[in-house]
Design a protein around this ligand. Structure first.
Ligand SMILES: Cc1ncc(COP(=O)(O)O)c(C=O)c1O
Length: 444
């Protein structure tokens, strides 16, 4: 049995001074206790009790290079010796913006910010200013950060339907205390992967709708792929009806390929948001998109602000991350894909072996494992039927076995992972699922 005593003591101490004991609410859900990291390198993370884990959490996504990548550290060190942030312009901003316009098919121009939440705020603002309209279509199960005008609820199993194709006036419910009910009044919440509902809504309400925002793969709820033709239809309709299409690529960006999901699928949104993997673990996000829309920042119609925007450390980190990911024609992407595929297939096999029903949805280096009485999961409605308490138990037992995973089912693979990590993880899953099956048998 692993000891988590030091983490427990530190969590208790943390609760005395840090609201909730954690720095971001989701982290509190880890059992038996939110562990405290001591250090991390490559695919491994070590906690204060001396336990080592193979890391598939990857800091909720940013650590696409694995931890403490030597080149990333060297470039940060070098950049920071020249000053961390200036508040005036510098070459790194141009270099990174140029690089992004080269690798992202939708990017004529780029604007930097600090978090995915901020990037989404800016994208929505641009879309409203560009179209002169107010409503935003977003989808059940997608997450676009925690700002008041878009945050519904997360995890989102209790999302309420809203004024959709029917045109009913039912309001979208706030996701948190302290959020005004009015803040979501411009949101139209629709089921995702349903082209008919989308078409009906957009056609009926095109005059009010500024933007459709979507994760191009529903990573936040089940890693569900778009059904064939769905994103193409979304692109076609929004172009026809004068609605800005925003792909929120905070997860898929620099993970499904250097060109993100839109590069991989060959569909060009008007705007995209990116964050997480962009700077390999340093806070940085960006909006990129069509010149005509980005122009609103240049001509002053849209304010875009932020003290630390474009800071030297973040620019250097992103340039190095993109260098590494783009090396040798981007050979890291198929490598990560193959490892994630092996992990997903292996986990499916283990579920079958021990009599558990479940689904593993994988695309590139990201996948979602859920316990569910179904063979496939294509919609948020289906996803909501998963047994999340069983997964919680699985995650806790995997931690005990030396594998760190998110408690909601989403796994990430980095360029630092190797086949051996996947095999060790599968051996751990074998022991865990065997024990869970035996417990269930005993309980009858
Ligand atoms: C798709 C998506 N958009 C936006 C965000 C918000 O990003 P951040 O947590 O950096 O504010 C997230 C975070 O998980 C995300 O997954």
């Amino acid at each position: 049995m692993k000891s988590f005593e030091k983490s427990k003591t530190m969590f208790a101490e943390s609760e005395t001074v840090l609201a909730g004991g954690v720095a971001s609410s989701l982290r509190a859900s880890m059992k038996p206790v939110p562990v405290f990291a001591e250090s991390a390198s490559g695919s491994r993370i070590r906690d204060v009790d001396g336990n080592e884990y193979i890391d598939f959490l990857l800091a909720y996504g940013p650590s696409v290079l694995g931890h403490a990548h030597p080149e990333l550290i060297a470039s940060l060190h070098e950049a920071m010796q020249r000053g961390i942030t200036y508040g005036v312009q510098h070459r790194g901003e141009i270099e990174l913006a140029r690089r992004l316009t080269e690798v992202l098919p939708c990017a004529d121009k780029v604007a930097f910010s600090g978090s995915g939440t901020e990037a989404v705020m800016l994208a929505l603002r641009l879309a409203r200013a560009y179209t002169g309209k107010k409503k935003i279509v977003r989808f059940h199960g997608h997450y676009h950060g925690w700002s008041d005008t878009i945050f519904t609820s997360f995890p989102s199993a209790d999302m309420k339907p809203s004024a959709g194709a029917s045109g009913s006036a039912e309001a979208v419910m706030p996701g948190t205390g302290g959020q005004s009910e009015l803040s979501l009044r411009e949101i139209i919440l629709l089921p995702w992967n349903d082209a008919a509902v989308l078409e009906q809504t957009l056609r009926e309400r095109a005059g009010e709708i500024a933007a459709v925002i979507t994760e191009p793969v529903m990573c936040n709820s089940g890693c569900i792929r778009p059904l064939p033709g769905y994103l193409e239809k979304m692109r076609e309709l929004t172009a026809e009806l004068g609605i800005v299409l925003i792909f929120d690529e905070v997860i898929t960006g620099f993970r499904l390929g250097l060109g993100g999901a839109h590069g991989r699928f060959g569909i060009k949104p008007d705007l995209m948001t990116m964050g997480k993997a962009l700077a390999g673990g340093i806070a940085l996000s960006a909006v990129a998109g069509a010149g005509a829309i980005m122009e609103l920042i240049a001509n002053g119609r849209v304010s875009h602000l932020g003290t630390l925007n474009g800071n030297g450390a973040a620019m250097a980190a992103a340039l190095t991350t993109l260098d590494i990911l783009g090396r040798n024609g981007g050979e890291m992407f198929p490598k990560m894909d193959a490892l994630a595929q092996r992990a997903a297939e292996g986990l499916r096999e283990k579920l079958r072996k021990f009599g558990f029903r479940g689904v593993v949805n994988q695309i590139g280096p990201v996948f979602h494992l859920m316990f569910i009485e179904r063979d496939r999961v294509d919609t948020f409605e289906d996803f909501s039927r998963r047994d999340s308490s069983l997964y919680f138990e699985f995650a806790e037992r995997m931690l005990e076995e030396g594998v760190l995973i998110r408690t909601n089912g989403l796994w990430y693979v980095s360029i630092a992972h190797e086949e051996r990590d996947i095999e060790l993880m599968l051996e751990a899953a074998d022991r865990v699922l065997q024990a869970m099956a035996a417990d269930r048998k005993r309980e009858g």
